[in-house]
Structure formats: C-alpha cells, structure tokens
Design a protein around this ligand. Sequence first.
Ligand code: ADP
Ligand code: MG
Length: 245
Amino acid sequence: MSDSPVVELIDVQKWYGAFHVLKDVSLSVAKGEKVVVCGPSGSGKSTMIRCINRLEEHQGGRIVVNGVELADDLKAIELIRRDVGMVFQSFNLFPHLTVLENLTLAPLWVKRVPKREAEAIAMQYLERVRIPEQAHKYPGQLSGGQQQRVAIARALCLKPSIMLFDEPTSALDPEMVKEVLDVMIELAGEGMTMICVTHEMGFARAVADKMVFMAEGRVVEVATPAQFFTNPKSERTRQFQGQII
Ligand code: ADP
Ligand code: MG
C-alpha cells in the first residue's frame, strides 16, 4: 500500500468574484484516514469540500485526488467524481423517484451497470443503512434521518473510495442525528477514507484521526482529536470550542 495521500490540497486559492474565500488552504488525507473539519459559519468549509469533487473550481494551488490532479481536463474530473461520494446537508434526493430508483440512477446511467445488478447492490446498501423496507417509497414519505441514510446509501452504490460529508446531520431533528451518525461510524470502522464537515464533536472524538479547524477561509489548526480538545494551539480554536462544546 502506498503512503502517498489520497486527497491533497496544496495552497489552494479560491475567489467568488472579488471575495477571496479560500486562502492558502492545504490539507493532506491518507488512505483510510478520517478527517473532521469544523469552524464558524462562512469560514469556507463547504467551499473547500466542494472543490475536492469539482462542484466548485479553485483558481490557485493544486488539488490532487488519487494521484489525479483536478484541472480543466474533463476526463480527470469524471474520474475523480466516480471515486468520491458526497453527502449534503439537504439530502438532495430526487423527489419524483423512489428510494430504489434514486439509488440505481447513477449506476445504471453513469456506470452502465445492468438493472438487476444495480438493484441488488442498492438493496445491499439499503440494508447496510437499515432501511431496506423503504425501497419503494418516495423521499417525501421518509423522515429526515431516513432520507439522509438513503443519500449515504446512494453515494455508496457508486463504490467510492473517498466519502465527503457536508454537515450531514445539521438539517435533522435531534432524535434523528444518532441514526445517521451510527451509519457514518460504521463506515469509518470499515476503513473508508472520510472528510466530514460537522460540529458533532462526539462523532469527532469517536472517529477522527485528524481535526481541521477553519476560520475566515484559512486552515487555522490541524491536530489530533486529543490535542484539539484538550490543548488547541490557536486562540481562535479555543474561542470556537467555547461556543459549541
Ligand atoms: P461554510 O461552509 O464554512 O459555512 P461556505 O464555504 O459555505 O462556508 O462559504 C464561505 C463564504 O463564501 C461565505 O461568506 C459565503 O457567503 C460565501 N459563498 C459561498 N458560496 C458562494 C457563492 N456561490 N457565491 C458567492 N459567495 C459564496
Ligand atoms: Mg457549509
């Protein structure tokens, strides 16, 4: 197994118009590593994570995923997107498709997997997230926690080697947070490489190999959870922890 990082950001710069949103952002993620990203609202967490699968374009620095550099080459972008699953705060399921159809859509049309096989894989992942009985319902008929588990299963159906999560539990009612975190903890235990933007510090303590704290478009601190929670280096991190923990 190679030790080279599977995700590497080197001095990444991004602007929204005149607004410099990511400033010299560097981050290195090894195979199987779990990285938890936190920081105040507006600090650039979503932007950074969206740059990793090119939902947003960066303008300076380098982003390399599984040895492929994200640049204007469409083939490279396609290659990376196949290997990087993403789960959003707002589920983003297709409301007019059943759960099973949501899960098989990309395997059928992007990966050209035969229908029966795509459905078998989908059912397997619905079992993993513990809602196989919901396969024929529409997203609107499910609770938020169930919808988010469908979104996780949908990402897994493409067999990604890296999973990105952008505040996957922050749109959920409190009683549904645990069922989603449990699925994520299980995934972490299976060795998935994960980058999770979340303020669920219990989850972070349980699974993170590395904590990344962002503020105002910069990575302010990278630390192990032990360091991060007991002895953060930066005053900015301390202040933030005072607000959320
Ligand atoms: P976070 O996820 O940490 O809350 P974001 O990455 O969503 O932060 O946003 C960082 C900053 O960039 C915020 O000030 C936000 O208003 C701004 N921003 C986000 N998306 C856009 C966009 N598409 N166009 C212009 N500004 C944006
Ligand atoms: Mg965000």
